[in-house]
Design a protein around this ligand. Structure first.
Ligand code: GAL
Ligand code: ZN
Length: 667
């Protein structure tokens, strides 16, 4: 367990009192108490107010805010306030501004306009951290520290000269000498051989495709530079404060450039921000995936949902509002999947600024609103769920996820632009979700013992050790399924020779000699009745049994889905992009073979997840359908206090959480 022990389930959000006159602050605290808010993040974008001129700090207003919150019994997640530098920094040090690949400067006026490798930014930001932390280390309201905000959200890739120098330093560390770099980057190609470190730059806009390993290393470097800011702030905090330190990750939001698996040890508790993609009718699946992935990054420990929205956001093309009941379903789905706190952006909807149309706990229309009523209801719900805090989520299935595989597979000059990293992940995850089965989303180097089924979607780049671990998992009796364009390259993005899918060829007992990606919109049929698109390959079984073959398309008669018994387990290969019903059937067979059962028998559209602590367990049932459902359970419904002896009714759109066991009390 990490060094984090909350008190009940945290509930609250980003609180930006500096946007409001002081009279509003006491009303804020009163409304927070009414809603049951117990934790707010303060000071995230306050640098310009805390240090209005370089070196002069003004803490008076923040003193008053923290005292007021403390008097109201509200705890504080205090920001280091380094998220966005004040305009004076760019004026005094224009070289701190980030540059795009084509050399364009990103100017102040929005947020996060700083070069992540800038020593000036680092120094000034750490001075601020020192000042804030020294002042508030012992403040009784402060229970947690919030480093920066969404590190890398807007400025992760900087191509300026300062970053170029830092990139060279990073490369020297990685390769030691230029021979190592030239080998890794395959610079024998296109006359790219480097004779001097000074010749190397970030992959700036070039006449044509930049060297793929240069691109990949730049992505690694850029994630590491952001992590370096986290580490620097955290190290300093550790000398000054005693509370746990976190920073908000963006797992499952489509933002792909921070390798959070490698950041997890740099926080005392993992926290995450998640926003629904309004245009996606299956957005609740994306939410569940994000939560399961956050838990995977946290090593299975409880985590904190630092931000989500009570209703619409402001930054999508059409900012769809949440219908009544959706706020509750969304928030409790995160709790079901291991969140020990649900916070929002933000407490009070702004009057001014780019986010004035973003929803909040207190909308522009005030507390007499659907949103605030639902917020108060959620506060009550979370109090009723206090006992689940600290419990862990049951999962027999793991899905392997590696940010480096994502980066690698989506580089340019590949067989098909239709091969996207999230695609098969989402498809397999969706099939599990529909089957009522929870999965941990973990790094390929994670310990796989204890899982029954491991899925490896599009694991294009894989290390030898990780491929080996998957083989051992199968030999020991596990079931694994690997999808196309996996195991293709090593960590330098060099092809694994001898036939695809390189790293997994032996385990799977297949050898592919050539890829046959499909044209846009082209479909193929399989002899088991499924259809597929995007991808086919000329595959030869070498020890695997054939489960389905193509009946048309470029490769009639060629196997598409195979299975090879290995040791006490089996390894399945899916060489094409199966449609949804076929993916559901495939996953059903895998679950059956692996002996994995759903958390509860529930109709499709009812999300069921179990949290457990020792002998005690809690079942979450979230009804996403338009009709009432009945589930066979025994226990006490925590939200309503109802005892259910054998059967539970969950109305349309509602949520139930059951303490499982005898209906007459905790087991
Ligand atoms: C997050 C960010 C918040 C706010 C929010 C709006 O990315 O951390 O500060 O901008 O989005 O949805
Ligand atoms: Zn830079």
């Amino acid at each position: 367990m990490r060094r984090w022990q909350g008190d009940g389930i945290y509930f609250g959000g980003d609180y930006n009192p500096e946007q409001w006159p002081e009279q509003t602050w006491s009303e804020d605290v009163e409304l927070m108490r009414r809603a049951g808010v117990n934790l707010v993040s303060v000071g995230i974008f306050s640098w310009a107010l805390l240090e209005p001129v370089p070196g002069r700090f003004e803490f008076g207003w923040l003193d008053r805010v923290l005292d007021l919150l403390h008097d109201g019994g509200i705890q504080v997640d205090l920001a280091t306030a380094t998220a966005s530098p004040p305009p004076w920094l760019a004026r005094a040090h224009p070289e701190t501004l980030p540059r795009r690949a084509d050399g364009a400067i990103l100017w102040p006026g929005g947020r996060q306009a700083y070069c992540p490798s800038s020593p000036v930014f680092r120094e000034r930001s750490l001075e601020l951290v020192r000042a804030v932390a020294s002042r508030y280390a012992e403040h009784p309201a402060v229970v947690m520290w919030h480093v920066s905000n969404e590190l890398g959200c807007h400025n992760v890739h900087c191509y300026c000269d300062v970053s170029a120098e830092a990139f060279r330093g990073w490369l020297r560390e990685r390769y030691g000498d230029l021979d190592g770099l030239n080998d890794a980057w395959g610079t024998a190609f296109w006359s790219q051989r480097y004779g001097d470190w000074a010749e190397i730059s970030p992959p700036r806009t070039a006449p044509t495709f930049a060297n793929p390993t240069q691109q990949l290393d730049f992505l690694r470097f850029s994630s590491d530079e952001q992590r370096a800011q986290l580490r620097a702030e955290r190290e300093l905090l550790k000398t000054l404060v005693h509370q746990p330190v976190t920073t908000n990750f963006m797992i499952g939001t489509g933002i792909k450039h921070m390798d959070y698996h490698s950041w997890a040890d740099d926080v005392d508790l993992v926290s995450n921000d998640h926003y629904l993609t309004a245009a996606d009718p299956q957005a609740h699946l994306g939410l569940a995936l994000s939560a399961d992935h956050t838990r995977g990054v946290a090593g299975g420990d409880p985590w904190l949902l630092m931000e989500h929205s009570t209703s619409a956001v402001n930054w999508q093309p059409r900012n769809v509002a949440k219908l009544p009941g959706q706020l509750r379903r969304n928030s409790l789905a995160h709790v079901a999947r291991g969140a020990d706190g649900v916070l929002f952006f933000q407490w009070r909807a702004s009057r001014a600024g780019a986010e004035k149309f973003h929803s909040a706990l207190v909308p522009h229309a005030g507390p007499e609103t659907k949103v605030f009523r639902e917020v108060c209801q959620l506060g009550a719900d979370l109090r009723a769920l206090a006992e689940v805090r600290g419990s862990r989520v049951d999962a027999d299935v793991a899905i392997l996820f590696d940010w480096e595989a994502w980066w690698g597979v989506e580089l340019d000059s590949h067989p098909s632009v239709d091969v996207r990293y999230a695609d098969r992940l989402t498809a397999l995850y969706g099939a599990l979700w529909r089957a009522g089965v929870t999965a941990d989303i973990v790094h390929p180097s994670a310990d796989l013992t204890g899982y029954r089924l491991v899925l490896a979607p599009t694991l294009y780049l894989v290390r030898d050790a990780d491929a080996d671990a998957l083989r051992r998992f199968v030999e020991a009796g596990g079931t694994a399924a690997i999808t196309y364009f996996s195991g293709i390259v090593d960590e330098n993005d060099h092809i694994r020779l001898g036939g695809y899918p390189g790293a997994f060829r032996e385990l799977l007992g297949v050898r592919t000699e050539e890829f046959f990606p499909l044209r846009e919109g082209e479909q193929v049929r399989l002899d088991d009745g499924s259809t597929a698109d995007v991808w086919t390959e000329w595959l030869h079984p070498e020890g695997a049994e054939v489960l389905a073959s193509y009946t048309d398309g470029p490769l009639p008669g060629v196997p598409a889905v195979t299975r090879r018994p290995v040791g006490a387990g089996a390894a399945w290969y899916v060489g094409t992009r199966l449609d949804e019903p076929a993916t559901d059937r495939l996953v059903a067979r895998l679950l059956d073979e692996a002996g994995v059962r759903p958390a509860a028998q529930a109709p499709t559209g009812v999300e069921v997840v179990r949290r457990r602590a020792g002998e005690q367990s809690w079942l979450f049932a979230i009804n996403h359908t338009g009709s009432e459902v009945r589930l066979a359970v025994t226990g006490t419904e925590l939200l309503t206090g109802t005892e259910c002896a054998g059967e539970l009714t969950v109305p349309a759109g509602e949520v139930a959480v059951i303490r499982e066991g005898q209906a007459d009390g905790p087991a």
